[in-house]
Design a protein around this ligand. Sequence first.
Ligand code: ZN
Length: 270
Amino acid sequence: MPELPEVETTRRGLAPHVVGRRVTRVVLRRPDLRWPIPREVQAVLPGQRIDAIHRRAKYLLAETAAGSALLHLGMSGSLRVLPADAPVRAHDHVDIVLDDGHALRFHDPRRFGCLLWQAPGETHPLLAGLGPEPLSEAFDGDYLFQRSRGRKVPVKSFLMDQSVVVGVGNIYAAEALFLAGIAPLRAAGQVSRGRYAALAQAAQSILAHAIERGGTTLRDFIHPDGAPGYFEQELRVYGRAGQPCPRCGRTLRHASIGQRASVWCGHCQR
Ligand code: ZN
């Protein structure tokens, strides 16, 4: 499943090819992905110029003066820019054709992705209620500390709650907690301000590093659980249950926390 770094890498890869281009037509090879594709995509988008490609959480927004196409890659989706007459493969569901003869083509075998529409000045319901971006200034230790007071939920589940902060998936949460030395099952409300500062910094540095790496290896193998292949070898605890802790050598523990596989060191993480 594409995680935030892969979505951001996709955005950065698409932007130079798409921003400033005008949409000439939209080809829908099926009426729906995860949800029906709203009529505005074909009725309003053609003729509009794409002013920007933004990312919010794991959604991409192709913004025009008349509204924004809202895309999510789901479990298996991908976006490519290619000549509009390039042969269509199975699962190439949508082409947004541009005025330079290229098309933004959406490919999604499992169809958990979506293509929706956000009217100007509105926030789509899927984007309402989302927490801050992890790489924004709004996200830091003080923010996590304040949001967590009185919360009994495990700190790992708290960090993965999209209403607290977006885009910290299972892999990134496990790694950030290890770097910050925080046990994933500890109650969120019992983590100190100083330790939350370390956690926010760890999450930011891991995500920023993954984005940086993704920028040069966009087409690399993606691990089924979302870790880019090039990133996997750098993981310290995720996927390493039963192996020695890279810091102290003791055997890493594992359990399901909030129905997500979790691995940690019982000695280094408290
Ligand atoms: Zn350890």
